[in-house]
Each structure stands twice: as C-alpha cells, then as structure tokens.
Design a protein. Structure first.
Length: 259
C-alpha cells in the first residue's frame, strides 16, 4: 500500500508540474501539509498549493484538466484570498484525497502567513518563477503578544462556557448541554493546552493532538470526549474547571515557551 501511494502521489504531482510549469498564469506550485512537516504516511493526502496570476477559478480549471477522474469535488468556503477545493478520484489509494489551494499573486499577507515555518512547516517547492515561496520564522514578539491577549480572552470566557453547560443540564436539556460542552468548553481547553504545549499551533484544535500533546493530556482529552450521562457530564465540567486553573497557573508561572 505504501509503495502504491508513493507512486500515485508522484504521478499526481508530476502531471500538475508538467501542465503548469510553463503556463504564465501559474507563478508557483508547492506542497504543504504532511510533506512540509515531514509527517507523510501511507494515508496522507496531498496538500497542493498554487500561486496564480489569473482568476482563481481559471487556475482550478487548469489543475483539474490533468487530474485523474474526479468522483467528488468539494468547494470549501474560504477567505477572500486563499481558495480551497478538495477532490476524490477514481482509483485513488485508501483515504486519499487532494486538498488544492489557489492563492492570488497579489495576496502577499496571506502568503506570508502560509510561509510561517513553525505553523506550516517548510514548503516543498516544485517551481517558483519569482522566488516568492520562502519559509520564514514567526515574529516571536508579535506572537507572544497575540498569545498573551488570547490567554486573557480565554480566562475571561471560561466561566461563561461552564455556565452554558450547567444551565441546560439543570433544565434537563442534555443534548444542548453536551453540544456546549464539546463545541465551547472542551475546544477552549484544548486551545489553552495548545498555548502551553504547541504555542505556534495553539489554534489547530484537535488536529495533530497525538503528535503535539504529552500522553497525560492526550488521555484527559480522550476521557472528556466520552459522554455517558448528565451526571457524568457534570463531573467532567468540574474536572475541566480544575484543568483550566492548573494550565493557567503553569502558563503564568513559567511563561509562554516559544522555542
């Protein structure tokens, strides 16, 4: 399976390079995701990104023209600069899909964010006519200020998130309580832990949790995600409240550790 996927990936990317390299409408082509972070395995997708000097829809059309038969296309809601489409293909290896992003050449701020090596790794560049695809370190002073502001926001908000779980529990609205628990309270605990253990990717939510968090914290998150009954949910709220206080105390005592 691994050899098949590697071959499939190589052929997939090579077709894109051959089709786009000499096209003046495509300024650069590179791979991000697991290839950029060195974590590719037999189930990895392709995170392909293109910098274009044309309308983004036209760039997608050019890329789709050399793709294998498309069985499913998802046009992802995105910001005004970076557009994403996800493709499933006939005959692709297990779990494979292509996550394709197209960015206008004029969108320099978005491109700059994508090149932050601590957040997105080192891009694998296939061609870059103008030398624009260059990774760079995050500005630590600016990032420190951003994290400190976010810690204050989370600390102020946690009592609200806790109340949003306990109130529907008292009303016997257990489904609503669990929704607030997961989408509000637990997500913010993971974010707070992220500031402590992976400060450059604190906002990646549950992605890469097994890679980035210590075993103890991984286990606690797994336990919090197991919903049994309303009484159990009340106990979990109390435990999360304790976890919040402990993580805030550690961050305040030790500071934010930016490597």
């Amino acid at each position: 399976m691994g050899a098949h996927l590697t071959s499939y990936r190589d052929i997939y990317i090579e077709k894109q390079i051959e089709a786009l390299r000499d096209n003046p409408k495509i300024v650069a082509l590179w791979e991000g995701g697991s290839a950029a972070t060195g974590s590719t395995d037999q189930y990895s997708d392709i995170d392909l990104l293109a910098l274009c000097a044309c309308e983004t829809d036209e760039a997608f059309d050019l890329m789709e023209s050399v793709m294998p038969p498309i069985t499913h296309r998802y046009i992802e809601p995105a910001g005004p600069d970076l557009r994403h489409r996800i493709y499933f293909h006939d005959g692709a290896p297990k779990h494979f899909f292509a996550d394709v992003g197209v960015l206008s050449e004029d969108s320099r701020e978005t491109l700059k964010e994508r090149m932050a090596i601590e957040r997105h790794g080192k891009p694998v560049v296939f061609f870059d006519d103008k030398g624009l695809i260059k990774s760079h370190p995050v500005n630590k002073i600016e990032w420190q200020a951003k994290l400190e502001n976010r810690i204050k926001e989370l600390e102020d908000a946690f009592p609200i998130y806790i109340l949003q779980v306990l109130k529907p529990l008292d009303r016997h609205q257990n489904t609503e309580a669990f929704a607030f628990f997961y989408h509000g309270l637990l997500r913010r605990l993971v974010e707070l832990m992220g500031i402590r253990f992976r400060p450059y990717r604190y906002d990646f939510e549950l992605r890469y949790l097994e890679r980035d968090f210590p075993q103890k914290e991984q286990q606690s998150i797994h336990e919090y995600m197991k919903y049994v009954d309303p009484d159990d949910l009340r106990k979990k709220v109390a435990l999360i409240d304790q976890d919040i206080k402990e993580n805030l105390a550690v961050i305040k005592n030790q500071g934010i550790r930016l490597a």
